[in-house]
Design a protein around this ligand. Structure first.
Ligand code: SF4
Ligand code: SF4
Length: 142
């Protein structure tokens, strides 16, 4: 419990995060089949722009375009084994895959798949927000 509180503190106060990750990966492979790429503040919409990005990070060299939707270009990772749904480079997978999911997902308009084993929990729960408001009101109106 104490470790969780420390983790929440670091995430929210030091890293400015609003969510923390719970659960575990059940290796369904869904997040490797529907990928959006965010560069700085925008989601990549254009194939030419994506080709330039491929020089920047090895992760991008793994991706192939499979479509486009209202969010942006949709990619699939070529390292995903189509039969086992497992990552073919699991031990050497990039950090971005190790850290998935992160809350940037929400800022891109994305979401976790329904059967993803992870959940993104708000660091400050609704009950805690209510409690803070209640205490604030008591202090303001003694
Ligand atoms: S490198 Fe592996 S874990 Fe990362 S997106 Fe590709 S298949 Fe998934
Ligand atoms: S969608 Fe979730 S459970 Fe499925 S492979 Fe990705 S992280 Fe793991």
């Amino acid at each position: 419990m104490m470790l969780l509180e420390i983790k929440k503190f670091i995430l929210s106060r030091i890293l400015g995060r609003k969510y923390y990750r719970t659960g575990h990966c059940n290796a369904c492979g869904k997040c490797c089949r529907q990928i959006y790429v965010k560069h700085y503040k925008h989601v990549i919409q254009d194939e030419e722009e994506f080709k330039k990005l491929q020089y920047l990070h090895r992760f991008y060299t793994y991706l192939k375009i499979i479509g486009k939707d209202e969010i942006g270009l949709v990619f699939e990772c070529t390292n995903l084994d189509p039969v086992t749904h497992k990552c073919k480079i699991h031990k050497k997978r990039p950090g971005i895959c190790r850290r998935y999911p992160q809350e940037e997902l929400f800022s891109m308009g994305g979401a976790l798949s329904d059967d993803c084993g992870y959940k993104m929990e708000p660091i400050i729960s609704f009950a805690e927000v209510l409690e803070k408001i209640r205490k604030h009101n008591i202090n303001s109106n003694p």
